[in-house]
Design a binder for this molecule. Sequence first.
Ligand SMILES: [Zn+2]
Ligand SMILES: [Zn+2]
Length: 145
Amino acid sequence: MPTETTRTRVLAAGHRLTPQRDLIAQVLEADARPRTAQELWVAVREVAPGVGRATVFRTLDALVAAGVARRLTLPSRRTAYVGCSAHHHHHFVCQQCGAVAELPEGEVNPLLRQLERSRGFQVDHARLDFYGTCAACLAVAPPGP
Ligand SMILES: [Zn+2]
Ligand SMILES: [Zn+2]
């Protein structure tokens, strides 16, 4: 089975994949950490100095619309972007090192079903981002008393 690349996913979502979009998607995928649009612009300019800030910002919106990137609100209230796999999932975001781990939908669904029963609310769609400290950071510096 062929690997589903960002390229095919963007195209399948009906979005044009310009060389600039392709490049920005690659920059996003190269790093598992969320990065602000400004940080991504700086990274993109290292490869393609001619790409403007507005292009990067517009492209990020397009990648989010195509489902290959997600917008996260960091604890600092800044908006950041992270490259995402195709299947529906949630996130763990480490506030120490910035690592983002995908949390498969299946691990969250039992909790959702329980909430639906207790609250009498049918959940059609959920997007959960958990902020905290990852296992690697906990191992280095356990939380104090
Ligand atoms: Zn994701
Ligand atoms: Zn961490």
